[in-house]
Design a protein around this ligand. Structure first.
Ligand code: SF4
Length: 193
């Protein structure tokens, strides 16, 4: 049986650890000024709404990630949604067959900008062990992916690590990026206008 280690060394919660360091700026008595982009990034990265697209075993690891022991809520992401129009983080977990590819793409297209994508596990990232005629060899064949989480299955710690990498990207992203030529070229390379 896999040993379970409970946290017996409780740490005092520190809000700065939870939301990350404040953005660079100028502070004085009663005021703090910084860039608009940094403030938006700070808010976005601590209030991501995940849309779990789970098709197989990796989805079970995600359930553990959401449950009380690992508790993704600590990162401001407890509001898991199943409506693409309300979510901004698509988490793809499991084997995606080629027949499922267009469905996944449609879900992605229905999400409003800004949106981010994590490929959780070997299957979503590369097809995994299923090197067969029917399985998509990585979801990045149909939609752009921001972070890949390796493992078959990845443990909840790995999923949380991938989530924190997304938070880093979100926090540092310029609010102008989505209107930029580079981003449009990326979408165009997937046939998305
Ligand atoms: S990566 Fe492994 S655990 Fe995850 S869906 Fe594929 S076969 Fe299952």
């Amino acid at each position: 049986m896999r040993p379970v280690r409970f946290n017996i060394n409780a740490k005092t919660a520190n809000i700065a650890d939870a939301i990350g360091a404040p953005p660079p700026g100028f502070a004085g008595e009663g005021f703090f000024s910084t860039k608009m982009s940094d403030v938006v990034g700070l808010a976005r990265k601590n209030s991501l709404w995940p849309l779990p697209f789970a098709t197989s075993c990796c989805g079970i690891e995600f359930m553990a990630t959401m449950a009380s022991h690992y508790d993704l809520s600590r990162f401001g992401a407890e509001r898991v949604g199943f409506s693409p129009r309300q979510c901004d983080l698509l988490m793809v977990m499991g084997t995606i067959s080629k027949k499922m590819g267009p469905v996944l793409r449609q879900v992605y297209l229905q999400m409003a900008e800004p949106r981010w994508v994590i490929a959780v596990g070997a299957c979503a990232s590369s097809g995994g062990i299923f090197d067969t005629y029917s399985v998509l060899q990585g979801i990045d064949q149909v939609i752009p992916v921001d972070v890949y989480v390796p493992g078959c299955p990845p443990r909840p710690e790995a999923i949380i690590d991938g989530f924190m990498r997304i938070q880093d990207l979100v926090g540092q992203e310029s609010i102008r990026r989505r209107n930029g030529e580079q981003y449009k070229a990326l979408l165009n390379s997937y046939g998305i206008e």
